[in-house]
Design a protein around this ligand. Structure first.
Ligand SMILES: Cc1cc2nc3c(=O)[nH]c(=O)nc-3n(C[C@H](O)[C@H](O)[C@H](O)COP(=O)(O)OP(=O)(O)OC[C@H]3O[C@@H](n4cnc5c(N)ncnc54)[C@H](O)[C@@H]3O)c2cc1C
Length: 266
């Protein structure tokens, strides 16, 4: 599938919204999850194919250095009536493929992708919801909060670079929401964990969504399962990216990393 950029919006200094439209989205079927994601394919500069292409065919016919970079991005919103797909990209400097693509995205640009797929949706039977993450998890958390019914209760802890990086979050639910701000210090990576350590958990069964940077997520998972007694089945938890690694490097070690993470608290 592919979409044409119909508009972009700088949500914060570090977050760019890209809205895709056009006939390349015809037939898009959304899974039930509020964390649904697409696997975008960004060709290297000067690629001798495109702008619309079949990623599988490119892999078969082109040398590896011309293959598109594959990256996963959450569907922030799918407006079936308007045929518009909204993705929110973290822009984290000049490095990478997807961040720079989004920062430079202009009307008419094409984005090829496969998917969407995904699985988490806040469980209506849960007594309360816990949502924890960084900017990369913000689209899924924002979509999940919108999907909660009135009267639901959600505790939300998010980390970002400062007040100007916060976004408005709308939800019919009762929110206990706190933004944590990185200070450029060694302790930045444990801000989310420390905020949870001091949190008095509401009573009853929680359904938790914990996603973001790998090492941060791993320590939070360990805390929630080993020290707070959450059930594994009540937790959607996966590392979306890894500090200091490109997504290509991360994907090479991710399976092993996730196995070790799961063995932390089996
Ligand atoms: C299921 C799923 C859904 C995701 N949804 C989203 C989403 O909706 N929005 C989103 O922005 N990301 C999302 N991500 C994370 C995104 O795929 C990764 O952050 C990806 O590595 C970004 O690619 P890139 O080409 O910009 O940078 P890369 O080439 O992968 O990395 C270049 C450098 O930037 C660093 N880097 C990568 N991501 C970040 C970041 N978020 N903050 C700071 N530094 C970073 C890397 O460690 C590396 O040093 C999702 C990931 C998964 C698995």
């Amino acid at each position: 599938m592919h979409g044409h950029v119909v508009r972009t919006e700088r949500l914060t200094p570090g977050l760019v919204r890209v809205v895709l439209g056009g006939p390349g989205l015809d037939g898009l079927v959304m899974p039930d999850g509020t964390d649904a994601y697409v696997n975008v394919a960004i060709p290297p500069a000067g690629a001798p194919y495109g702008p619309v292409f079949d990623p599988a065919e490119v892999r078969e016919t082109q040398p590896a250095e011309l293959w598109p970079a594959r990256r996963r991005y959450t569907v922030r919103r799918w407006d079936a009536a308007a045929g518009e797909l909204t993705l929110d990209f973290v822009v984290h400097g000049a490095s990478g493929a997807a961040g720079p693509w989004a920062a430079a995205a202009a009307l008419g640009d094409v984005l090829v992708f496969t998917g969407p797929s995904g699985g988490y949706r806040p469980d209506p039977e849960a007594a309360w919801h816990l949502m924890v993450g960084d900017e990369s998890a913000l689209p899924a958390i924002a979509a999940s909060l919108e999907a909660l019914p009135a009267g639901a209760r959600a505790v939300v802890r998010l980390v970002c670079d400062g007040p100007e990086h916060e976004v408005e979050l709308a939800s019919p639910a009762d929110l206990d929401l706190a933004w944590l701000h990185r200070a450029g210090a060694d302790t930045d990576g444990s801000l989310l964990l420390e905020s949870l350590r001091s949190l008095e958990l509401p009573a009853g069964r929680v359904h938790a969504f914990v996603h973001g940077e790998a090492d941060e997520i791993r320590s939070i998972r360990r805390h929630l399962l080993a020290e707070r007694g959450l059930e594994r089945a009540d937790m959607s938890c996966s590392p979306y990216w890894r500090r200091t690694m490109t997504d290509e490097a991360w994907r090479q070690v991710k399976r092993e990393y996730v196995a070790a993470m799961e063995a932390d608290v089996a």
